[in-house]
Design a protein around this ligand. Structure first.
Ligand code: SF4
Ligand code: SF4
Length: 281
């Protein structure tokens, strides 16, 4: 099996970039993101994943909304048992079907209460908070590790207060993450490399990522910018000669980085101060 560097601290398979919601600030919805990609059939994805030695690494299944694919359950249920999974979702799926069809032991378990293996995004403009909490509670009551994550977008303030109250009452974990982007001309977010975002003049650099980002076609990218634009792939997991490398790579797009890559962030263990990339000039 092909090892994955211990320096890689996050592996996400973007199972699809399509979504069943249309949130107004979605980076997938209103940008140059190429949502419609080839989506590898489940058997090819599984075969490719079987070649990789995940060791203690977790495979995060995200999107878009991964559950919109009709073969979502085939994928989850046929992954090698040695691979623990996390799920990023908007929870717009049938939770009873989920409980009936998914073995909860497939999901990773965190050492701290702050780590949740099913991380639900809360988007007030497209979701009813009470309905979302009820579904989350149903999953939690059936043994799944659930957290709901809001965004501190200035327009979400009231909705986040309301969600905090409902979540507290139902004993569901709710955490508010940083909004990254502009609101009325003000830039939000904390960036390790502040001039890496939203610049007209781009620079060349060397960049190394601690994340392995895989698109629905199995292509691996060095950052979210490249993945969303579908540019500069570094390999494909179905290619038998592909070996994931933790290394600095040339990049001429510094200044057009995606905020997700260069932000100072809270990781999935809720540790603050992490950044996905190291950049050198
Ligand atoms: S749920 Fe997420 S991926 Fe879907 S539209 Fe909203 S922000 Fe975008
Ligand atoms: S410098 Fe920015 S655009 Fe280039 S690889 Fe790194 S994160 Fe991506």
């Amino acid at each position: 099996m092909i090892p994955i560097s211990p320096e890689v601290n996050y592996i996400e398979l973007y199972f699809t970039l399509k979504c069943n919601l249309s949130c107004h600030y979605c980076i997938n919805e209103h940008s140059t993101v190429k949502r419609h990609r080839e989506e590898l059939p489940v058997d090819r994805l599984i075969k490719a994943i079987e070649r990789l030695d995940f060791s203690k690494h977790i495979l995060t299944i995200g999107g878009g909304e991964p559950t919109v694919r009709k073969d979502f359950y085939d994928f989850v249920n046929n992954l090698p048992s040695r691979v623990s999974i996390d799920l990023l979702s908007n929870l717009q799926f049938d939770v009873e079907e989920f409980v009936n069809r998914v073995d909860r032991s497939r999901f990773s378990t965190g050492k701290t209460g702050a780590y949740k293996s099913i991380r639900i995004s809360y988007h007030p403009s497209t979701m009813n908070p009470h309905a979302l909490i009820e579904k989350a509670k149903y999953l939690q009551d059936n043994g799944f590790s659930i957290g709901i994550f809001g965004i501190n977008h200035p327009g979400n303030t009231e909705a986040n207060i309301e969600m905090s109250e409902i979540a507290r009452e139902k004993q569901i974990y709710f955490f508010i993450k940083d909004f990254l982007g502009e609101f009325y001309g003000t830039k939000f977010g904390f960036y390790k490399y502040p001039d890496s975002v939203g610049q007209e003049t781009l620079k060349s650099c060397k960049c190394r990522t601690h994340e392995m980002l895989i698109d629905p076609a199995g292509n691996v990218f060095k950052c979210h910018r490249d993945l969303y634009i579908n540019e500069f792939l570094v390999g494909n997991i179905t290619d038998e000669s592909f070996v994931p490398e933790f290394t600095f790579r040339e990049c001429s797009k510094y200044g057009d980085c995606n905020p997700c890559d260069v932000k100072v962030k809270t990781n999935r263990f809720l540790q603050m101060g992490k950044c996905a990339v190291d950049i050198e000039f």
